[in-house]
Write a protein of this length. Sequence first.
Length: 372
Amino acid sequence: MVEIRPVRTKRELKEFIMLPFRLYANDPNWVAPLIGDQYKFFNPRHNGYYSHSEVELFLAWNDGKPIGRISAQTNTQHNIEHKDKVGFFGFFECENNQEAANALLQTAADWNKKQGMNVLRGPMNFSINEECGLLVDGFETPPYLMMTHHLPYYQSLLENAGFYKAKDLYAYLYEVSALPEKIEKAALYVMKKHKFTVRTLSRNKKQCKLDIQTVFEIYRKAWQYNWGAVPLTDAELDHLVETLLPLIEPDLVLIAEVDGVPAGFSLAMPNYNEVLKLMHGRVNPVTAIRAYFKSKHITTARVITMGVVKEYQNRGIDLVFHYYSFKNGIPKGYKQAELSWVLEDNTMMNREAELFNAKIYKTYRIYDRAIG
C-alpha cells in the first residue's frame, strides 16, 4: 500500500534527493544535479524562495521504500502579480505507478487547498524563474543547463490524474555555423535606424556584478507582461547572481542601451551540463579533474533568457541579440545552441528562431488541475 509522508528528517531529505538517481539509472540522457547543491537548494537559509512562500516536501513509500516524491509550494509573488489563487507542485518523480502518482499529486493539491488555493499548477522547481515544465517530447538527447528531463511515462501519470495542459514551452536547437550575410546586414541596419547599441558584460569583477544586476532589473520589467511571469525578490536575485557569476561567459551576456539607458538584455551560457554529465552528482578528486578538462572544451551553449523593455520593443533589438550571440559564440567553438524556453504563443520569438533556421526539438508542458 502506498503511503505519503512529509519529509521531516535528514534521512528523509536524503531519500528525496537521491530518488532520481535510482529512477534514471538506465537513462543515458539524464544529467544528475550536484548532490551538495540539492541540499543547499532545499535549505531555507540558502534559498530566498523560502523567505516569501511556503514549501512542503513529500515522499511516497511502499514496503519501506521511497517510490515517488513531490514538492507542494505556494508562490506569494505569483498570486500578488496575477491576482489569482494558484498553488504549485514541483520536483515530481515517480515509479510507473499510477496509485503512487495519484496520491502524491492529491497530497500536493490538498496541501495547497489548506493554503487557500483553487488551482494546482506544475511542475515548477520552485518557480517559473527556475526549472519548470514536464518534458513531453524530445527524450532522445540530454537536457541543456537548467532544463528538465523526465521519463516518458510521466505524461500519462499526470494526465491520468486529471491534469490538463496550461501552456507548452519550446526548446529550439540551432546549428552554429557562419552567419548568413543578410542577417548581419539586417542587424547593423536596425541598430543604426533605431539608434541603440549593444555591449557585452564587463570583465571588471565589480562592474560585472553591477551589470548582472542590471540584466535582472531589465528582466523584471521586460517579462512582467508574460504569461505566468513572477518578479524575482531581492533575496532571489542575490542568490541567482551569486550562483551564476562564476559560470558566466561575458561575451555571451548582452545589454542593449538607448542613449545610455538599459533597454534589453540577452543571457546565454556555456552548457555546463556537458560537465555535470561526467560528475554523476558528486564532487571528488576524480570528478573534479574530469570537470576541469571538460569545462575547457564545451561545445554547446544555451540562450537562457532574453527581454526588451516594453517602450523599446519592435525595434529589432531581439534580432541583434541573436546576431551577436552567434557572432561571439562561433569563435569559442560552439557547434550547437539551444534557445529555451519559448512560450508556444510568443509569436515574435518563435519567428526569430525560425529566421535563424532553428528547429523545435523539445517540448515542455506546464499542467493545471482545479483544486476541490
